[in-house]
Design a protein around this ligand. Structure first.
Ligand code: FAD
Length: 479
């Protein structure tokens, strides 16, 4: 029967489309349902990540970084120019082209792998049936031996700052400003707030980031967080911690924001644009029939076990709509695991080694345990650090801010965490992920040859520093 599949995936974001491709590769008859379409009714695949998340934000981060380098750093290389300018619509058009290239690429991958794309909204009924409602209102029921829910997440809105067209915006709106705002407010000093604040800050906006928590980057290693905060301050990002936004008032083309500062005093600030980036929530609207049997947890995420199985046999959920970090690579790996489990394989996922990256400049990235977590565990540990200021490659690149930090178990020497703020932090941390996947000790990495001159050597030196053997910095005295 045409409307009967081995696997029906709902949602074509990084969790859903990857799951669908892997399932098809494994010989399963697979359909993927996606409701996102453009103004012309053409399906848009790739979810939040490709359309309004990872990729467009990185495109703008890279463009704005080149601009600020040209403006502030070219003269250090002896490169003279008579001033640089930014054409914001051209920058946005480049981003849109990249997005289009990648989203149509997913359509091509579906075709190449034999995944059937069903355009419309999916709803999980009982008995592993999925109701598909197309844009024209027509409804069809699809039978699935297995259902995978991958409906993702949405930005959280907060009552003090209701969104307005083009003035108070969420992350999607912040990727679309047609000109550089003079004064930009960002609520939330998380990954998204810092990345979008950086983009517009580099292009000339005066940026104030209001963060309710007292700690900066509370989930990161606090030595790295402090170093990062110092660097951002030098870059001109005005990050105010303990700042609780209580209200906003739109006054013409401006917005006045009221917040309570760390001392409990009321403060007011006026902005030309305000980005609300306080977090994201799982998206399950109109997804589950009342008798679907699929349950949510107390925070609204679809309840799943370690294998992403819901309470209904044969129904799985992956990505942002389930517990765990809201990251594209986490969702994709869950999608692969589920496709392989459905195909009868014994797949599992290592939730301990999901790397985190903030794509500011310098980048911030980490994997494994922070020093705070290791300390709290009570295990004895050792730490090695290495500053990029001592890296020949970083000096050559005029990119010397930040450091690498490696934490290892004092008894077994096993690497427990790698934390980096600095150039190519994500790539260096990825080397840590690979090492940690193989349960490497610091000695294993110490004995490895790293090319010279490379930024990777900073990881090598930090590993050597763990036991006081770093060559290119003075080691702390050991007993
Ligand atoms: C500005 C920004 C920057 C980000 N940068 C990064 C980054 O650099 N790295 C990173 O790892 N992560 C990043 N993220 C997070 C990343 O985008 C998400 O973790 C990822 O997209 C989650 O994938 P997903 O497949 O679970 O959900 P989504 O990508 O949200 O996809 C869900 C899809 O399901 C569809 N859908 C929902 N309900 C239905 C339904 N009933 N029927 C049919 N279709 C439906 C939606 O239309 C959507 O296409 C960023 C997010 C934002 C907002």
């Amino acid at each position: 029967m045409a409307n009967q599949f081995d696997v029906v995936v709902i949602g074509a974001g990084p969790a859903g489309y990857v799951c669908a491709i892997r399932a098809a590769q494994l010989g399963l008859k697979t359909a993927c349902i996606e409701k996102w379409s453009d103004d012309k009714g053409k399906a848009k695949l790739g979810g939040t990540c490709l359309n309004v998340g990872c990729i467009p934000s990185k495109a703008l981060l890279d463009s704005s970084h080149k601009y600020i380098e040209a403006k502030e750093d070219f003269d250090k290389h002896g490169i003279k120019h008579s001033g640089v300018d930014i054409d914001v619509p051209a920058m946005l058009a480049r981003k849109d082209n990249i997005v289009n290239q990648l989203t149509t690429g997913v359509t091509g991958l579906f075709k190449a792998n034999g995944v059937t794309l069903l355009e419309g909204a999916g709803k999980v009924l009982s008995g592993k049936q999925v109701e598909l409602t197309r844009a024209d209102g027509s409804v069809e029921v699809v039978d699935a031996a297995n259902v995978v829910i991958a409906t993702g997440s949405r930005p959280i809105e907060i009552p003090p700052t209701p969104l307005t067209e083009g003035l108070i915006v969420d992350s999607t709106g912040a990727l679309e400003f047609q000109e550089v705002p003079k004064r930009l407010g960002v609520i939330g000093a998380g990954v998204i707030g810092l990345e979008l604040g950086s983009v517009w800050g580099r292009l000339g906006a005066e940026v104030v980031v209001l963060e309710a928590q007292d700690k900066f980057l509370a989930l990161a290693d606090q030595q790295i967080a402090k170093e990062t905060q110092k660097i951002f301050k030098k870059q001109g990002l005005d990050i105010r911690l303990g700042a609780r936004v209580t209200g906003s008032e739109v006054k013409g083309s401006e917005v006045e924001v009221t917040y309570q500062d760390a001392n409990g005093d009321e403060q007011k600030l006026t902005f030309d644009k305000l980005i609300v980036a306080v977090g994201r929530r799982p998206y399950t609207e109109n997804l589950l029939a009342t008798d679907s049997g699929v349950n949510l947890d107390e925070r609204g995420f679809i309840f799943v076990d370690d294998n992403c199985a819901t309470d209904v046999p044969g129904v799985y959920a992956v990505g942002d709509v389930v517990r765990g970090p809201m990251l594209a690579h986490k969702g994709s790996e869950e999608g692969i695991m589920v496709a392989e489990i459905i195909a009868g394989q014994k797949a599992q996922m290592n939730y301990d080694l999901i790397p985190s990256v903030i794509y500011t400049h310098p980048e911030v990235a980490w994997v494994g345990k922070t020093e705070e977590e290791v300390k709290a565990s009570g295990d004895e540990y050792k730490v090695g650090t290495f500053p990029f200021a001592a890296s020949g490659r970083a000096l050559a690149a005029n990119d010397t801010h930040g450091m690498v930090k490696v934490i290892a178990d004092k008894v077994t020497d096993r690497i427990l965490g790698v934390h980096v703020v600095g150039p190519s932090a994500a790539e260096l941390v990825q080397q840590g992920v690979i090492a940690m996947e193989f349960a490497a000790s610091t000695e294993d990495l110490a004995l490895t040859i790293f090319s010279h001159p490379t930024l990777s050597e900073a990881l090598h030196e930090a590993v050597l520093a763990v036991d006081g053997h770093a060559i290119h910095i003075a080691n702390r005295k050991r007993r």
